[in-house]
Design a protein around this ligand. Structure first.
Ligand code: PGA
Length: 220
């Protein structure tokens, strides 16, 4: 079987105590993680990366870390930005171009391209999000199709829509894996994985609850 990616995007949620509780609970599901092709990636807010790393080590979890964004610049005088070089000390992946970054923080296709360049130059694998209409960087290997109407609304996209978009992304890009994101839950995850071009999920709300996130992993 090809690789499966189940990625938690915690967005701007959780503090240190809540992270500890999440890992204590999640660690009780270790039997679910023993699948060779399965990649479980947690993307917490930046300041929680070190704590996540120490819990992964403490519980010996086969989980990797990602950031939710990355600076489009290298290190230097860019107040508030976090460089790919620094992120790489904690994480192997970074989400790039999430629709919330594009809409609320005004990131453009150009910013997304610069972020992918920075990520790749520093050994981070970018997970590039697309709403469908976005221009994707040609060097992106993991693309997450995330229609805005499905994000955080409890109204996931139909299987037909996801299949159609995944096929069109595959046709236009030399991408290796396409993920779906938008109101994925423990209940609906299984059906998307029957689509030949879908290799996993970017999960927001449902990843905040370790029980529900584990339920999604169970289907992978
Ligand atoms: P959601 O978020 O699962 O809460 O819809 C998905 C995402 O924004 O990545």
């Amino acid at each position: 079987m090809d690789k499966r990616f189940i990625i938690a995007n915690w967005k701007s949620n959780k503090n240190q105590k809540e992270v500890q509780e999440w890992f204590e609970t999640f660690a009780t599901y270790t039997s679910l993680f023993q699948k060779e092709q399965l990649k479980i990636i947690i993307c917490p807010p930046y300041p929680l990366l070190p704590a996540c790393l120490s819990f992964i080590t403490r519980y010996r979890l086969p989980i990797e870390l990602g950031s939710q964004a990355v600076s489009p610049f290298s290190e230097g005088s860019y107040t508030g930005a976090v460089s790919a070089k620094l992120i790489r000390e904690f994480a192997k992946y970074t989400i790039v171009g999430h629709s919330e970054r594009r809409e609320l923080f005004h990131e453009t296709d150009e910013d997304v391209h610069s972020q992918v360049t920075q990520a790749l130059a520093n050994g981070l694998t970018p997970i590039v999000c697309t709403r469908g209409e976005d221009i994707l960087p040609q060097d992106a290997k993991i693309i997450a199709y995330e229609p805005v109407a499905a994000i955080g609304t409890g109204k996931p996209a139909s299987l037909e829509e996801v299949e159609k978009e995944a096929n069109s992304i595959k046709e236009k890009n030399s991408v290796s894996w396409i993920l779906y994101g938008g109101s994925v839950t423990g209940e609906n995850a299984r059906e998307y994985l029957t689509l030949p071009n879908i290799s996993g999920f970017l999960v927001g709300s449902a990843s905040l609850d370790p029980h529900e996130f584990a339920q999604i992993i169970q289907h992978a």
